[in-house]
Write a protein that binds this ligand. Structure first.
Ligand code: URA
Length: 237
């Protein structure tokens, strides 16, 4: 792996930040100063230091993806492309998996990691991790829907949803909204709107806990979480 990618993945900032670090002669590989961002290192075998401190190769990987429609949130699928198929070899090597599922036609924020403990905490119903979605709705969304969602609505299987928060961005024949829920029932947002007689025609996840979708990520793109994003997710959720 290139030294700039390795250091960026280990939390030393963007590749640009790492270039500055390399220029400052703070980086050594097996005792030799390295200034060339393109130099390849063996991240397992080489002794890599920054300002004299050993940089340990992390066993965990944390990626944020802007999931495109038409792709399955799973590690493998017989028929469809999965979010894992969209990763490069370097990332796949860590065997990440998606934290929770987005429907095939849903876009937006998807966290991919091989950190089972963090995934479990984010998905645990006891932790009430908030997830915010942007949606376009076929139908006039009203404050009465907001009140219904706050109080909990009954889904088609009889389940009563927990308190959820609706923000109406545009109310009309086709409405635009943001909805924040703290659970992850199957097709939850779509079924909540069905329960008030409306249909979700477009759905995108914007955030999960403290983690927000990077607006610079195009559909299908992904990047490593920054140190701050990871700390935020682990501490605040
Ligand atoms: N709710 C849905 O209906 N679909 C998703 O993909 C996520 C939440």
């Amino acid at each position: 792996m290139r030294i700039d990618k390795f250091l960026s993945n280990m939390g030393f900032g963007s590749r640009k930040d790492v270039k500055v670090l390399l220029k400052s002669k703070a980086v050594e590989v097996n005792g030799e100063v390295v200034r060339d961002a393109k130099q390849h290192v063996d991240e397992v075998a080489d002794l890599i230091t920054v300002a004299g401190e050993k940089v340990d190769y992390a066993e965990f990987i944390y990626l944020m993806m802007n999931k495109p429609p038409g792709v399955i949130s799973a590690t493998e699928d017989k028929y469809d492309q999965t979010v894992i198929d969209m990763l490069g070899d370097e990332e796949r090597h860590f065997e990440p998996f998606p934290v929770g599922r987005l429907d095939k036609d849903t876009e937006g924020l998807l966290l991919l990691t091989n950190d089972g403990k963090l995934a479990h905490e984010l998905l645990s119903p006891k932790k009430h991790v908030a997830k915010t979605y942007y949606a376009r709705i076929d139908g006039v969304v009203t404050e009465a829907d907001g009140e219904a969602f706050r109080n909990g609505v009954i889904l088609d299987d009889g389940y009563q949803t927990k308190e959820a928060f609706l923000r109406i961005l545009k109310s009309g024949v086709e409405s635009e909204i943001e909805l924040t829920i703290t659970e992850g029932k199957f097709h939850q947002v779509k079924r909540m709107f069905e329960s008030v007689g409306k249909t979700v025609v477009y759905l995108k996840r914007l955030s999960m806990g403290s983690l927000e979708l990077d607006p610079d990520l195009e559909l299908g793109e992904y990047r490593y979480l920054t140190e701050e994003e990871l700390i935020g997710l682990k501490e605040k959720k």
